[in-house]
Ligand binder design. Structure first.
Ligand code: NAG
Ligand code: NAG
Length: 632
């Protein structure tokens, strides 16, 4: 495996015209690891959440969907020239989380036409396509027809509003031949065992789906390769269930998995002839997977039987798998295609960048509420601390937005779930776009009046520290078990222990770069280490050489499920607690709050819950920013 490291010359930064969106941060250079091509190659996006305009405030992710189209066109040409194949995959959660999707009325007015311009070969649904009936309608009426036979819904049905009939959201699986090598592929597309969908869709648990006749037929199709895509984390049980079912029937066939949902870069192998990748979130990452070796099925495959059940490893049984997490950075895209800013953009890609620019303009996404005086971090700064977005919300924002004019003299505890915040705030303009990026949910504030302080004050501790008790109590209340981690941020769900730390890790230096991929300056004489930009330093089951760009590590601090502001309490000095408080909380966490109240001895039902203040949290926060952060 020859993985080279090289450095993009810094002078590339100084060059002129480029694509990406007007006003987007200029891309920045980093030492690079090459893409490793095989016979069958893939580009993978997942959990893009409307970020098809790229990250305008983050230089290393500032390429847009039009640039990705140019990139894929160049790599497709390369594949054709080499006589190998390239397929594009997307595993859902394309919607919700960015003004380009959320700011229009109806939502997604511009998104569908922009997204469809990419020639995706295998596409499926995420949970965010299904929370609202209208979103699921949009998916069924726009995206499914846009992609036709490429859209797969192995365990998802749609209820047609006209007929009331339950029909597959799209076909259950796809059998096709690749363009250049005529490899036969059987592809499936799953969603994890999701239960929070609106009532116009039906998600079938994976363990039920694999018993169905179509699935049993599909795994007997004898393809050269199975490709299972899913809105499923690669370490989640659903993929293991599918893998086991396919493998029992097909001892020797390569099975490739493309996952998502958990917003992390990750890769693993379930056995020596399988490989799985997850490609991050928010269009920061374009995943690359390749498999090399003899993929056409022949009888000699039988001889490889002995290779079954060996521990995960990248190169055994004549097959080799590679993965690369490509930063959505224009300079990196130039690098991987061997092009530059004068040759990279294709007509098609440029047109799509133009469509995005026009949509952003029509939606007035650059309208500025105020300017953030500094960066505020979700997990890059400890909570509490002055750089924590949660401390800012708790100390400054919640006390001033959680005001009910009829009850403003009643002291209150205001509880917010950390998962209600989706992204960091960067120093500089806080725009209409930013409001959707930070908080795309239509969260509102609810409350229960006059709760004894003794009872109300125990709730936050239970929400944060009593996962087991809360789950058991919810079952006793005859509710579905509610995992309190769902109140927190999805990134924390998936991260492995060794990257969570309470204190900052020692800062990354060139010397701790992966062996063989040390940043090289190219000229043996005056060797200088490039300054590394903070970014992903992924460690997965395959190793720590997955990222295409070498970065310095970003701190990750654990945050609680919920934070709490005490508002209208008497001054700290006299340390006297009120007898009764209003318990104010985000509507999303109401089920957990009710269980926690019950455990703390409060006998309340949903009938006791009222609306506390008009407007969504997002609107209230934008109003606070307009009042408190001057324009820059
Ligand atoms: C879904 O819920 C809505 C609102 O509660 C109701 O009007 C509609 O009939 C339900 N649809 C189905 C298919 O059950
Ligand atoms: C790009 O847009 C122009 C003008 O709308 C159109 O004529 C052209 O066909 C488009 N090209 C591609 C490749 O989409």
């Amino acid at each position: 495996m020859a993985v080279k490291a090289s450095v993009l010359v810094a002078s590339a930064i100084a060059t002129l015209a480029r694509a990406a969106q007007p006003g987007a941060a200029s891309p920045i250079a980093a030492p690079m690891r090459d893409l490793v091509w095989g016979k069958l190659n893939f580009l993978h996006t997942t959990d893009t959440h409307g970020w098809h305009g790229g990250h305008l405030q983050e230089a290393q992710y500032s390429a847009d969907w039009g640039d990705y189209i140019s990139f894929a066109e160049h790599l497709q040409k390369e594949a054709d020239e080499q006589g190998v194949d390239l397929l594009l995959v997307d595993t859902g959660d394309r919607v919700e989380g960015n003004g380009l999707y959320d700011a229009s009325n109806p939502k997604g007015k511009y998104y569908f036409d922009i997204y469809r311009e990419q020639d995706v070969d295998i596409i499926c649904t995420g949970n965010h396509e299904l929370y609202h009936a209208s979103t699921a309608d949009g998916e069924h009426l726009r995206t499914v027809p846009n992609f036709q036979e490429k859209y797969i819904a192995s365990n998802l049905d749609y209820i047609d509003p006209k007929t009331g009939l339950q029909i597959p959201m799209a076909q259950r699986y796809r059998k096709f031949q690749t363009k250049n090598q005529k490899l036969t592929i059987v592809a499936m597309g799953f969603l994890f065992d999701f239960t929070g969908n609106a009532n116009n869709t039906v998600v079938q648990p994976v363990r039920e789906t694999i018993k169905e006749q179509w699935f049993q037929d599909a795994i007997r199709e004898n393809p050269d390769v199975f490709v299972v895509i899913g809105h499923v984390g690669v370490k989640m049980p659903e993929f293991k269930e599918i893998f086991t079912a396919i493998r029992k029937q097909n001892w020797f066939t390569p099975i490739l998995f493309f996952g998502g949902h958990v917003h992390v870069r990750d890769a693993t192998a379930y056995d020596s002839k399988s490989f799985a990748i997850a490609s991050g979130r928010y269009f920061e990452t374009i995943g690359w997977m390749s498999v090399d070796g003899d993929l056409k099925r022949t009888t000699k495959d039988v001889v490889a039987a002995a290779a079954i059940d060996v521990p995960p490893s990248a190169e055994v049984a004549g097959l080799s798998f590679h993965r690369r997490y490509i930063d959505n950075n224009l300079l990196g895209l130039y690098y991987h295609t061997g092009l530059d800013e004068s040759t990279f953009s294709t007509d098609h890609g440029r047109n799509v960048s133009q469509m995005i620019a026009q949509a952003r303009k029509d939606l007035d996404l650059d309208y500025t509420f105020g300017c953030a005086p500094k960066d505020l971090w979700m997990t890059r700064a400890p909570y509490p601390s002055e750089d924590s977005i949660y401390t800012w919300l708790e100390k400054e924002v919640l006390p001033e937005i959680a005001i009910n004019n009829d009850r403003k003299d009643v002291p209150r505890l205001v509880i917010m779930n950390t998962g209600a915040i989706r992204f960091d705030i960067f120093k500089g303009k806080f725009t209409r776009d930013t409001t959707y990026i930070i908080s795309p949910f239509l969260s509102v504030l609810h409350y229960i009046p006059d709760v004894p302080y003794e009872v109300a004050s125990k709730v936050i501790g239970l929400l944060n520290n009593a996962g087991r008790i809360m789950e058991e109590a919810s079952v006793m209340e005859e509710q579905a078990p509610m995992d309190p981690r769902f109140m927190g941020i999805p990134e924390q769900f998936a991260i492995t222990e060794d990257i969570i730390h309470e204190k900052p890790m020692p800062s990354f230096t060139g010397d701790s770069a992966v062996e063989g991929q040390k940043p090289l300056s190219g000229d043996g004489g005056s060797r200088k280490e490039p300054v590394l930009v903070e970014g992903y330093t992924t460690r997965d089951d395959i190793g720590d050489d997955g990222d295409d760009a070498v970065h310095s590590a970003i701190n990750f601090y654990v945050v609680p499920n919920c934070i709490q502001a005490e508002v209208g309490f008497s001054p700290k000095e006299d340390d006297e607690k009120p007898e009764k408080v209003d318990l104010v909380f985000f509507d999303f966490i109401q089920p957990w709050v009710m269980v926690a109240l019950k455990i703390s001895g409060g006998d309340y039902t949903n009938d006791d819950v009222k609306s506390y203040v008009d407007g969504t949290f997002t609107e209230l926060m934008a109003g606070w920013i307009k009042e408190n952060w001057p324009l820059c």
